[in-house]
Write a protein that binds this ligand. Structure first.
Ligand SMILES: [Mg+2]
Length: 393
């Protein structure tokens, strides 16, 4: 009973409010949702979030990448979930292999991988958490069994009043870690951080994300006035084109550096380690090409003594939230966790049940089968901009 059909949906997920950061603003979030149908009619769904400013992908290129590959022969007819997981993990896309950064096609691969893990999980009555455990087998940072996790909050750049309300919400909601977007033009970051620190209290773990805002030449001057607020890390302070400058600047910053836009494929990870560009990696399942490639980057980080944040794309649906939960709930030593924001970010989610975290950012494990969330066909239909079907029968 193998793969017989793939459907690619370009969906526009409606956002509660526009998402802004240093370089972009939008009111819907484009996702690629892939539905994989197995012989016998069992279906699985996966999601990828193609972003041209992250992996170079667009929705169109991601759909092309999925439609241009036929994974059915390599998958065959696996006899158990472990075999299916190993075969799915070995799948790659020609555009990823051809890319020096190993990333052009990562969102596409992610959507396909998750759809297959979900479908075969449903076939064998197993959870994607079991797939994660297969992929992490033998690692010292594999939890003895899946357990609860804790997400961090985020404050995006807005007018001072909204930002203050947002900071109070973070505190009242009981988060212990909060990320603040910095580097947006017209914002006084040192003053903002002092306000946030006052509201959030001295014990809150506060970290920054600059989304490539500052040039290498100005970096030390930009970060120096922020250090008084004791940020625990700064994410992607310089544009990717200048990332190698961090070899020299990172030790002088006084704040640990996390790579995000400069950490997409495996070559990025190897370069960051060999040149000493980072203290932490921000891995995201879609950006990195799915659960398997993400786990390999986590492995590289841990073996190299670096910290890890499992991040997300704001606006991702319950499919990627569930995938992130399955991964995080099986890991020991994750420094920061982001995601499962749906109820706070999306006006409508194509999946049920709601897996948004609760008070304090806390969330439990998700049971299977598959990803453990169901796609509502009517909701998916409403959000669908276009659809392409490919038969692999
Ligand atoms: Mg980031």
């Amino acid at each position: 009973m193998g793969l017989v059909r793939i459907a690619c949906y370009h969906v526009a997920l409606p956002l509660k409010k526009p998402i802004r950061h240093a370089s972009h603003e939008r009111t819907t979030s484009d996702s690629l949702i892939v539905r994989a149908t197995l012989d016998g009619g069992i279906e699985g769904y996966g999601e990828g979030v193609p972003r041209s400013y992250v992996t170079g992908e667009t929705i169109e290129s991601a759909i092309e990448a999925v439609c241009g590959t036929d994974p059915a022969p390599a998958l065959g007819d696996p006899t158990d979930y472990e075999q299916a997981v190993a075969r799915i993990d070995a799948l790659t896309l020609p555009s990823i292999e051809a890319d020096p950064r190993g990333m052009f096609g990562n969102a596409a691969r992610c959507a396909l991988e998750l759809a297959l893990l979900d479908a075969f999980g449903r076939k064998f009555g197993r959870s994607v958490s079991d797939a994660v455990r297969c992929l992490l087998e033998g690692r010292s940072y594999l939890r003895p069994e899946p357990g609860p996790v804790r997400y961090s909050g985020a404050i995006t750049a807005e007018d001072p009043r909204k930002e203050r309300i947002s900071a109070w919400k973070m505190r009242i909601y009981g988060f212990d870690r909060v990320k603040v977007k910095v580097g947006v033009s017209g914002q006084d970051d040192p003053a903002r951080l002092r306000r946030f620190r006052r509201i959030l209290g001295s014990r809150m773990d506060l970290r920054l994300d600059a989304n490539e805002s500052w040039s290498a030449a100005e970096l030390l001057d930009r970060v120096a006035p922020l250090r008084g607020c004791r940020p625990s890390a700064i994410e992607q302070p310089v544009p990717h084109a200048e990332v190698e400058s961090l070899a020299e600047l990172r030790p002088r910053l006084g704040v640990p550096v996390m790579l995000d836009e400069s950490l997409c494929g495996a070559p990025d990870g190897r370069r960051a380690v060999s040149l000493g560009l980072a203290d932490l990696f921000n891995v995201r399942i879609s950006k990195c090409g799915g659960l398997g490639p993400t786990i390999r980057l986590i492995d590289l980080a841990f073996r190299s003594g670096l910290g890890v944040q499992l991040g997300c794309h704001p606006g991702e649906s319950g499919l990627l939230s569930a995938a992130g939960r399955h991964l995080a709930s099986n890991l020991i030593g994750l420094r920061y966790l982001e995601g499962s924001y749906e109820r706070h970010v999306l006006a409508e989610n194509p999946t049920t049940p709601d897996v948004t975290f609760g008070f304090g950012g806390r969330a439990g494990t998700i049971a299977g089968p598959g990803l453990g969330v169901e796609v509502d066909p009517a909701r998916l239909e409403r959000m669908t901009v276009s659809r392409r079907d490919i038969s692999h029968a």
